[in-house]
Design a protein around this ligand. Structure first.
Ligand code: C2E
Ligand code: SIN
Ligand code: SIN
Ligand code: SIN
Ligand code: FE
Ligand code: FE
Length: 825
């Protein structure tokens, strides 16, 4: 087996990218050869020529894009198992990652590249490729072996046959052989019906010459009955000249009981009248040749069965461990009846053995039983020793652990990758001594290939999982950044947590620093409301302990933990077995506790632990963000209240000076808001309209009492000053940042639709909508109120006036909303 230098192929349309990649890889992976291509088409051609171990692929390229290239590679029978990792700066979004998975990529890295991540991925991918290559070579070797064995045995057979044919060839030799005493000869006189058997004939079936008479009964007794019949028929044909000689294979019973394969040749001898007078012939012992034939058939059968079964393992395109295990036990079981077959795997960091697949007529019974690495049983023995155990009778063996009452014999064969035992193929049969040496050989050759396929599937799924987890972390990040609602962020987070770690329930408690209390925030997977009223003081309950000590707690079996830490009595009804509590710490401050609950045994591997710690980091950030946000919101709210009070104070002061009727401001505000709502103004605009309406006449603060409170009509000079009140408002309020968006109404409420208003003489839709709305409300309210210069008008008269001014003073569209609204009230 030639060992090839490992090779990376990078496909990217930008030469600079390739150059810098080259620099990185030369430093970190000097043992690798790097090939490069500047477009998809030449990249694929290069891959076909060089069979790289891993392909790094850009997405955005002219001509064929990376997805199309990946699809082409995965459709190529030779390259489909070559891992592809996308490297991209532009397409880092969720959809692209999902597409990458869809087109079959094994990895996805966004630029700027994390070099150590890149190197780690390449190393993992190369392992996958090496396992694939090893499997393919084994498969090729295996078929070569079958072919060679077949050729050898066929040659041997052909030689024997030729030798026998040579013998037959010469009549002379045949006559000679008649006299050679060691050969098996017979001579039957048809006239007297006497028969002569040579001593060699008798020796062939284990007798001395003197032990047997020369008598037909000897032949009839020692020959298999169906063969006697065949032979009689042929002899009749010889006598009647239908044939002139025959060759027949048959079996005779040896003195010691075994069967001897005999080749019989015979011919008839005729007198001058053409009448048959004798039949003469030879017997040759062909047992050895028969056995060779049998051996060939058996060994070819064995090899080809193995070949077919392992073919099924190697061709599965995207190996999934459960399906693979199922395929393995099914393939093995095809060979046996009344048998159960289990595939049992050693689990990392666990004493419990995982019965991944079991099939057979009693599978349900077998599936119940639990096996432990440190416990008793044949399977644990095989894992410890690495050797095959084949027990013809389990009922008498002390190591055997019964999991099926009718088991009688059992064979357990290790699954090995190199020297490491990763599991066992275990067969149990109802029959005693069910597994022959040949079965043992077959199962163990098959197990070697199955072990590789399993290892490959595991490598493959761990790199797929890693990618999916990365995608999850990104999604959670997005949810945290995009939302100020803790419920949404934590829901997304708990969903990913539960699906990746496969746990039943999880909850987040947030920490209120001022009262030193943990409060229930969010949960998923609970059957009851057990946790929802949780308020734990620091140090109380599991969570309180996690918070106080700021360190993780893991309780593998809650039912055995009598520490009394469980504060919530309802939690007992949930049937949880495993508990994990993890502190959530942001910027060195405790912000909460993440709790995980599971109803059966739970084992987190290193990768899962890493993922979990990434999640706790994110949960802490989510809570911290919300805390920051609500602090900010609170101080905003304080400020807003202060502003509001100030504005109301000003409006009140003005009402008093203007001698308006009490509540004018409130009335105009309410009416204005109602129209604004009906006209579909957004809620952010509404805030400013409210403020603007309250302050609409604030500019009158600059109009002297003698004008503002004058009982009669104003003179032209007085009007000049009065018309300045919107301008005063503008000048005073515009320096206040907070009120600038509210200025439309104070500044423009005396503009007219026909352009004849003041202070700027705006016309039609040049006038802000808020001002057009407010103008109607202001005039209606002014007319309905007593003024120093006149008495209040009746409502009918005021409404008629508004209608009459539609299209002159007022925007007709606003009038059409206003009139029916007031009429209804
Ligand atoms: P205001 O009293 O709040 O009146 C607002 C608007 O309602 C007026 O804007 C006007 O369009 C309408 N309006 C009020 N009363 C009458 C009325 O009797 N007949 C008609 N047709 N419309 C009326 P305008 O005219 O620009 O006045 C602005 C402000 O000037 C008034 O606010 C008020 O403070 C003052 N003002 C207006 N006319 C007189 C007046 O004859 N004598 C005095 N002392 N002040 C006046
Ligand atoms: C014999 O073998 O003794 C009987 C003759 C025959 O083979 O046909
Ligand atoms: C099995 O449970 O499949 C095998 C039992 C044993 O190891 O004896
Ligand atoms: C926990 O939140 O720690 C579980 C509830 C409890 O301890 O009562
Ligand atoms: Fe005004
Ligand atoms: Fe007013």
């Amino acid at each position: 087996m030639e060992i090839k230098k490992p090779c990376i192929l990078a496909i990217d349309d930008i030469q600079d990218n390739l150059t810098s990649l080259k620099a990185v890889l030369q430093d970190a992976l000097p043992e690798f050869k790097l090939l490069t291509a500047l477009d998809g088409k030449s990249g694929i051609a290069l891959a076909q020529a060089e069979d790289p171990d891993v392909i790094l692929l850009d997405i955005v390229m002219p001509g064929m894009d990376g997805f199309a290239v990946c699809r082409k590679l995965k459709a190529d029978a030779e390259l489909s198992q070559t891992p592809v990792v996308f490297l991209t700066a532009l397409k880092t979004d969720q959809e692209s990652r999902v597409r990458a998975l869809e087109v079959g990529a094994e990895g996805f890295l966004a630029k700027p590249l994390d070099e150590s991540e890149l190197i780690a991925q390449i190393r993992a991918m190369v392992k996958i490729k090496a396992a694939n290559r090893r499997q393919r070579m084994e498969k090729e070797e295996l078929s070569a072996l079958v072919a060679e064995r077949t050729r050898e045995l066929e040659k041997e057979l052909a030689e024997r046959k030729r030798a026998e044919a040579d013998l037959e060839e010469s009549e002379e030799r045949f006559e000679l052989a008649m006299n050679a005493s060691n050969d098996g000869l017979f001579d039957w006189d048809l006239k007297t019906n006497a028969i002569y058997y040579s001593p060699g004939w008798k020796k062939m079936i284990g007798y001395e010459d003197h032990e047997l008479p020369n008598d037909f009964s000897v032949w009839e007794k020692t020959t298999a009955p169906e063969d006697v019949k065949k032979s009689w028929e042929l002899q009749q044909k010889l006598i009647s000249k239908q044939i002139d000689r025959f060759v027949l294979e048959f079996k005779m019973n040896h003195k010691d009981g075994h069967w001897v394969d005999i080749l019989s040749r015979a011919k008839a001898i005729f007198d001058y009248k053409g009448k048959a007078i004798r039949i003469v012939g030879t017997h040759t012992d062909i047992s050895e040749r028969k056995q060779a034939e049998q051996r060939l058939k058996q060994s070819t059968d064995e090899l080809s069965r193995l070949y077919r079964a392992s073919g099924a393992l190697l061709t599965s395109a995207s190996p999934n461990l459960e399906n693979l295990a199922q395929a393995i036990v099914k393939a093995v079981l095809v060979e046996f009846e009344h048998t159960n077959c289990s595939l049992i795997l050693v689990q990392p960091n666990s004493d419990l053995l995982d019965r991944v697949a079991v099939t057979g007529p009693y599978a349900d019974e077998v599936a119940q039983s639990e096996l432990r690495l440190s416990g008793p049983g044949l399977v644990p023995d095989v894992i410890q020793t690495g050797g095959i155990i084949n027990l013809p009778d389990v009922t008498t063996n002390p190591s055997y652990v019964s999991n099926w009452k009718s088991a009688h014999s059992e064979i357990a064969v290790p699954l090995k990758v190199g020297e490491r035992v990763i599991g066992v193929i275990d067969l149990q049969s109802e029959e005693p001594d069910a597994f022959s040496e040949q079965d043992e050989r077959l199962i163990s050759s098959f197990a070697a290939r199955a072990a590789l396929a399993i290892e490959n599937a595991r490598l493959f799924s761990s790199s797929k999982h890693r990618l999916k987890r990365l995608v999850s972390l990104r999604e959670i990040d997005k949810a945290i950044i995009g939302s100020f609602d803790l419920r949404i962020s934590l829901n997304v987070l708990l969903e990913h947590l539960r699906s990746h770690l496969n746990v039943d329930a999880a909850a987040v408690l947030t920490y209120q620093k001022n009262i030193q209390t943990l409060t229930f925030s969010h949960s998923q997977g609970f059957r009851t409301a057990a946790l929802q009223h949780t308020n734990l003081r620091l140090g109380k309950g599991y969570a309180g302990k996690v918070a106080l000590e700021r360190s993780k707690i893991a309780i593998p079996d809650l039912k055995q933990d009598e520490s009394g830490f469980l504060e919530s009595p309802y939690l007992k009804n949930e049937g949880f077995r495993v508990y994990y509590g993890l502190p959530l710490i942001a910027k060195g401050e405790l912000v909460g506790v993440l709790e995980i609950f599971h109803r059966s045994a739970l084992k987190l591997d290193d990768e899962m632990e890493d993922f979990l710690s990434a999640l706790t980091g994110q949960a802490a950030i989510a809570i911290d963000n919300i805390n920051l946000f609500s602090d900010l919101q609170r101080s905003n709210m304080d400020l807003e209240l202060a502003y509001h009070a100030t504005i109301e104070g000003w409006a009140k002061a003005l009402e008093m000076r203007d001698m308006e009727t009490e509540g004018h401001s409130r009335r105009v505000v309410n009416l204005t808001m109602e129209i604004a709502l009906r006209m579909g103004l957004s809620s952010s605009e509404q805030v400013h309209i409210r403020r603007g309406a309250l302050l609409h006449d604030i500019g009158k603060m600059g109009v002297p009492d003698n004008i503002l409170q004058k009982p009669g009509k104003l003179t032209e000079e007085e009007w000049v000053i009065m018309r300045l009140h919107p301008v005063f408002a503008y000048n005073w309020l515009s320096p206040i940042q907070y009120l600038r968006p509210a200025l439309d109404i104070p500044y423009s409420h005396h503009e007219r639709w026909d352009g004849a208003g003041y202070p700027r003489g705006l016309k039609g839709e040049q006038i802000p909508l808020a001002s057009r709305i407010f103008a109607i409300v202001d005039v209606f309210d002014a007319l309905s109120s007593d003024r120093p210069y006149r008495k209040a008008w009746s409502e009918e008269k005021a409404l008629e006036y508004i209608q009459e001014q539609s299209g002159k003073h007022f925007d007709p569209q606003v009038v059409d909303v206003f009139l029916p609204m007031v009429a209804r009230q």
